[in-house]
Design a protein around this ligand. Structure first.
Ligand code: HEM
Length: 501
């Protein structure tokens, strides 16, 4: 009797799973034979394009509505500012992150702010906006950044600087002793984020460039989680996770390393006492002290928010600056004009007055946004302003990378790095956020925007007058690795020359 009940149970479970699988597959339209889906599945787009984001940009440019549909994965991708406003503001309620998103990222981000909707999101957003918006925390953040620049970033770059007599051609062709600027900037951002968010100093940016298990695990977890998001057949990663094999085994190992550090940070904070501390974690601990898993998720989300975005933004900035010497000259000229000769480092107020610098940073983020695309999941059937039909459960993504390269939005010179487009009579003029959703827009607009811009400007304003940073290889074109934030395959090889200032 027990055997036959067991058999029946197994049989019905099997039939039910098979049925769910078929329903799931039929929703995904895996047989779609349109050109885009075929190219996506067979990866034939790689014959013409280096990066997936460049292929999508090409497709979006050629779409009359600025929107495409990759049926195979149920993903509607748009570069149309009206659609972006509709998704992020007008019908915000219909476009949450959704269950599919949180399933993809749950192992890595848990219930952190990036991965939740509803009350949990509201609670974290309220806490974080209160903290990030305060003048005290901004000046604490600025001090932290300047301290890391002064004591680590500048000494490390100076110690790796080359002899100025080396000819430019030599510099640009000789890769063997190049410095990986992406790695340096990530170490910098990691130290700054940990100090600012958790009050601990991991000291990653030292002249010996120590290897960091944590940083490697973090990169791997971000990469594998992002690969889950673009998988044509999500069933495959789910099976791999179930059997703990391949990339899913690696993800789980990486997450263990990340968890060890996060729980360690929380424990240290608790032992040291958090009531009088200024960092973000201490402030969160005041409200959520008894749930370590939740605190862990908050810690990881803030690390992701602060570390990878700012370093990716700076990597994009220096890539462009190396190719546009005129912009470099104008940034340098402005910084020198504002700098108080008796002070070695610019102050918060001086940086705030640098309009050209602000324009140059915004312009580089337009061409190289750290978050290249971002998705929501439709709660209900809908129609976007450009007429695109959305079905319940469809993934709907806006694509800041493609939007920054659209003639329709930025004009015929859209591919040029031209800070002047942000200036009117020398004064910085911001753009419509739905045209430039680099920091997202609407109800979930980035909470660290001002902080991130200040971090980036502080780095530029202190490095550019001191160093010439040159890309190795005149023909350098970025190649991105899949990730939640833009990450360069092979890093960013540069040579650094100290200037006499
Ligand atoms: C150049 C740097 C940055 C860029 C381009 C950027 C961009 C973004 C984007 C696109 C989102 C929306 C993500 C999503 O909903 O999936 C976001 C959200 C967020 N960002 Fe940033 N970010 C940057 C730096 C920072 C920093 C330094 C912090 C904090 C220290 C921060 C804190 C946040 C938070 C808390 C959210 C979640 C907002 C919410 O869901 O309500 N960001 N950011």
């Amino acid at each position: 009797m027990a055997t036959s009940t067991g058999f029946l149970f197994f049989f019905f479970t099997f039939i039910f799973s098979l049925f769910s699988f078929l329903v799931f597959i039929s929703r995904m339209k895996p047989w779609c034979n349109c050109h885009t889906c075929r190219s996506y599945l067979t990866k034939s787009w790689t014959h013409t394009f280096t990066n997936l984001c460049d292929w999508f940009t090409h497709l979006l440019k050629n779409s009359p509505t600025g929107t495409i549909h990759v049926h195979l994965v149920g993903n509607i991708i748009t570069s149309n500012p009206d659609n972006v406003e509709y998704i992020l503001k007008t019908r915000f309620d219909n476009y949450p992150k959704g269950k599919p998103f949180s399933t993809i990222l749950n192992d890595f981000l848990g219930r952190g702010i990036f991965n939740v909707d509803g009350d949990s999101w509201k609670f974290q957003r309220k806490m974080a906006s209160f903290e990030l918006g305060s003048v005290a925390i901004r000046s604490y953040a600025f001090e932290t950044v300047i301290d890391e620049i002064k004591t680590r970033l500048i000494p490390v770059l100076a110690s790796k600087a080359h002899d100025k007599t080396e000819s430019l051609t030599e510099a640009e062709t000789e890769r063997s002793d190049a410095l990986d600027l992406q790695d340096i900037l990530r170490r910098f951002s990691f130290d700054v984020t940990c100090k600012f968010s958790f009050g601990t100093d991991p000291a990653c940016l030292l002249p010996s460039l120590p290897s960091s298990n944590f940083a490697e695990a973090f990169d791997l977890a971000s990469k594998i989680s992002a690969e889950r998001g673009i998988a044509a057949l999500p069933m495959i990663w789910k099976m791999k996770r179930f059997f703990k094999i391949g990339s899913e085994k690696k993800l789980s190992e990486a997450i263990n390393v990340i968890n060890d550090l996060a729980y360690d940070i929380i424990k240290q904070r608790r032992e040291m006492g958090f009531a009088s501390k200024k960092d973000l974690l201490s402030r969160f601990m005041g409200s959520v002290n008894d749930d370590d898993k939740y605190l862990r998720d908050i810690v990881i989300s803030f690390l992701l928010a602060g570390r990878d975005t700012v370093s990716a933004g700076l990597a994009g900035f220096f890539t462009l600056l190396s190719k546009y010497p005129k912009v470099e000259e104008l940034v340098r000229e402005e910084v020198n004009r504002f700098r108080n000769p008796v002070q070695e480092y610019p102050t918060f107020d001086e940086i705030r007055q640098m309009h050209y610098l602000n324009a140059a940073v915004h312009e580089s983020l337009r061409l190289f946004p750290p978050v290249q695309n971002d998705s929501k999941f439709a709660e209900d059937d809908d129609v976007l302003p450009d007429g695109t039909v959305v079905k319940k459960g469809n993934r709907v993504s806006y694509h800041p990378y493609a939007m920054g390269r659209m003639e329709k939005i930025w004009g015929p010179d859209c591919l040029e790095f031209k800070p002047e487009r942000w200036l009117k009579d020398g004064i910085f003029m911001s753009e419509d956020l739905f045209k430039y959703p680099v920091f997202q827009a609407g109800s979930r607009v980035c909470l660290g925007k001002e902080l991130a811009l200040m971090n980036m400007k502080s780095v530029v304003a202190t490095l550019v007058p001191r160093f010439d940073i040159r890309l190795v290889g005149l023909d350098y074109e970025p190649r991105f690795v899949p990730g939640l934030t833009a990450s360069l395959r092979g890093g960013l090889p540069v040579k650094v020359y100290e200037r006499k200032c």
